[in-house]
Design a protein around this ligand. Structure first.
Ligand code: FES
Ligand SMILES: [Fe+2]
Length: 328
């Protein structure tokens, strides 16, 4: 996991009135909302004796630990130690470690690092996905590092094998390209050019046209953990690859569709399409859960081939971010 980056970690609907404890990025975290509805995140270890604040109580714009009632404000500062009496000042060192949060598009991000910069910019999102007002999400647990799960979405070589009876039908085993284009520092598009093996030598990523002249369809990735399948103007699949720890991920698969608007029919279509997406995802999951070593695959001696170009670019950028963001 790379420090000092925004990670999408929850959906807004998962943090309502309560104090919600989850494991993310290998840490126990707690999320809660103040009276204005703004969401806050603490590393979930009470400064007093280490208990979890999940299941604690709100006190105005502070929350209290369920063990001995210490109260913390949104910045993580302890504002009350009941046992010391209300007129005893609270020492400065009583603090919860907090992470900056950002909430938009029904997603909660945390900036996972220490000492956030004063001018911290909000996380990137897909600017061609902001006009949808409706979506349906399914959550799916996987047993591997989130990059393994995301890299599977960058893997165009597996399609005719893992998905031979669904999205990879047609025996298009020859992988041309894949085409790839960086849109900005942490976002790129990639394009598939798979075809039936006609004996030709596959064109390289540099030889295929980017973008392809004849189609809208593209796959978009924003590091560290967002991906969009741009199927058409009115139909998208968003993948949020939420890191639980080094070997566990929750895949949030979100369907956006705008071609059926009648409420009952829409529900049915959403349900059917989510079912199909899950069937496809489970074809992947069966294999990705077996990948060794469990954890980040970078630098583990994998022998990548030309068709793995999007995975190479993703890994190269992660290494660059790691070097850049984790400098002392
Ligand atoms: S452990 Fe939280 S108040 Fe004592
Ligand atoms: Fe797949």
């Amino acid at each position: 996991m790379i420090r000092n980056l925004w990670y999408a970690v929850l959906e807004s609907s998962e943090v309502k009135d309560g104090i919600v404890g989850v494991t993310r990025l290998g840490e126990r975290l707690v999320f809660w909302r103040d009276r204005q509805g703004a969401v806050h995140c603490f590393y979930d270890r009470c400064a007093h004796r280490g208990a979890s604040l999940a299941g604690g109580r709100h006190h105005g714009d502070a929350i209290a630990c369920p063990f001995h009632g210490l109260q913390y404000d949104a910045s993580g500062r302890c504002v009350k130690i009941p046992a010391n009496g209300k007129n005893t000042p609270v020492p400065e060192r009583f603090r919860m470690r907090s992470y900056p949060t950002h909430e938009a598009h029904g997603i909660i991000w945390i900036w996972w690092g220490e000492n956030p910069p004063q001018d911290l910019a909000p996380p990137s999102f897909f600017d061609d996905l902001t006009h949808f007002t409706h979506w349906k999400t399914v959550r799916d647990p996987w047993d591997n590092h989130y990059t393994r799960v995301l890299e599977n979405q960058l893997d165009v070589v597996h399609l005719p094998f893992v998905h031979h009876n669904t999205i990879g039908r047609g025996n298009r085993t020859l992988v041309e390209g894949p085409g790839l284009e960086w849109k900005h520092d942490i976002m790129f598009y990639h394009y598939t050019y798979n075809k039936i093996d006609d004996g030709s030598k596959p064109r390289t990523p540099q030889e295929v046209p980017v973008p392809p002249p004849d189609r809208d369809f593209k796959l978009e990735t924003i590091l560290p953990n967002l991906w969009q399948n741009y199927i058409s103007k009115k139909l998208r699949v968003l993948g949020i690859f939420v890191p639980v720890d080094e070997t566990h991920t929750i895949l949030y698969l979100r369907l956006y569709q705008d071609f059926v608007r009648l409420p009952v029919l829409r529900q049915l279509v959403d349900w059917l399409m989510c079912r199909f997406n899950l069937i496809v995802a489970h074809q992947d999951r069966r294999v990705v859960n077996t990948q060794l070593p469990k954890g980040d695959g970078t630098g583990t001696g994998e022998l990548l081939i030309q068709g793995d170009y999007p995975i190479m670019e993703f890994r190269k950028k992660r290494l660059e971010l790691k070097r850049r963001n984790e400098q002392p």
